[in-house]
Ligand binder design. Structure first.
Ligand SMILES: C[S@@+](CC[C@H](N)C(=O)[O-])C[C@H]1O[C@@H](n2cnc3c(N)ncnc32)[C@H](O)[C@@H]1O
Length: 316
């Protein structure tokens, strides 16, 4: 099992170092029952989050709020955000392909599309990066009628997907597309998809783009189609580690490599998928969970929390 540990080194944040932690069972099973045992291992699942932690987190965030990115520097991060991801993929070459044991455990519905008897299924991985969902799904697929689309607004990321020797145009299609754009991609028919995968991508959008993103997702899914979502939660250690002059807006930051990241609450996610200007909700929420893990640095006696949100939303 891969653990996230704080090596206590000084470093600048990058999109590479903040998104992974694998569990061997649903949301993990390393339970801390005796507080005195806290430094006896490196990580605990379902960690309690008490008032003291909440206060500490708020204090850190209030320092960040008082010291945002200088106003005259902010515009560049809104102007061409995909450029920073292009640089990220140029620089990191193959280091971003992750072995995701948790994917199948957390999203069995996704993998049910790959069963021999599943029939015609269409899945779309948005913000696909290197294809961290598409490739494992296709690799184990027994379903000749499964087709997987993958899109990213970073051309370099899409080139990485296309350049993978496992890329198979008879079973998949990768292309450049921005989730926040006003049109759905020409490759995809309205109401044609069974599932959409959003793993660590909504967090890269600016809050004013959420609405359009959800509209696009809604438009592409069949009625009854499912969204699989996993992303950063409020007060994740990656948020609390941000130093001064990295905050663009509340809970929205610029990493050292120029990529943007938002830290959500589950209430924000629920509101987003209900749809803002609709009386009738767009999606039924089947799961909207907080996955909180306590990460311990035994040497430095430090306690930190990873906080992820995970959701499953069904188009009504
Ligand atoms: C943190 S990475 C996650 C990549 C992949 N989903 C994974 O989990 O490995 C975020 C990805 O979303 C892409 N992205 C960010 N904003 C996007 C947008 N508006 N439209 C499409 N892709 C976007 C980035 O280029 C990047 O590849």
């Amino acid at each position: 099992m891969e653990e996230v540990v704080d090596k206590g080194k000084k470093r600048t944040s990058s999109a590479l170092d903040v998104q992974e932690e694998n569990g061997t069972s649903k949301f993990g099973s390393r339970l801390l029952t005796e507080e005195n045992d806290v430094f006896s291992q490196n990580a605990w699942d379902h960690a309690d989050w008490d008032e003291e932690q909440e206060e500490l987190a708020k204090e850190k965030v209030s320092v960040q709020l008082e010291n945002p990115v200088p106003e005259d520097e902010q515009e560049q991060y809104y102007a061409e955000p995909a450029e920073y991801w292009n640089k990220f993929y140029e620089k990191n070459e193959n280091r971003f392909f992750k072995d995701r044991n948790w994917l199948k455990l957390e999203f069995p519905e996704l993998f049910s599309t790959s069963e021999a008897t599943a029939g015609k299924k269409r899945v779309f991985e948005i913000g696909c990066g290197a294809g961290n969902t598409m490739y494992p799904l296709l690799e184990q697929s027994q379903n000749p009628d499964l087709f997987v689309y993958a899109a990213d607004y970073s051309k370099t990321a899409v080139d990485v997907v296309l350049g993978n020797k496992k890329y198979d145009p008879t079973r998949s299609c990768a292309f450049v597309w921005d989730l926040s754009s006003s049109e759905i991609p020409s490759e995809i028919e309205p109401e044609s998809l069974d599932m959409i995968v959003l793993i660590f991508v909504l967090s890269a959008l600016a809050p004013e783009q959420w609405d359009q993103a959800v509209k696009n997702i809604y438009k592409m899914l069949k009625p009854g189609g499912l969204v699989m979502f996993r992303d950063y939660g409020r007060y994740d250690l990656a948020q609390l580690r941000f130093k001064k002059n990295r905050l663009l807006k509340e809970n929205f930051y610029i990493r050292g490599d120029g990529t943007r990241v938002y830290f959500f609450t589950s209430e924000e996610i629920a509101a987003m998928f209900k749809g803002s200007d609709q009386e009738k909700p767009l999606f039924e929420i089947e799961q909207n969970a907080v996955d909180r893990r306590l990460i311990v640095n035994r040497q430095r006696k430090l306690k930190m929390y990873r906080v992820w949100l995970q959701g499953k939303f069904r188009k009504l």
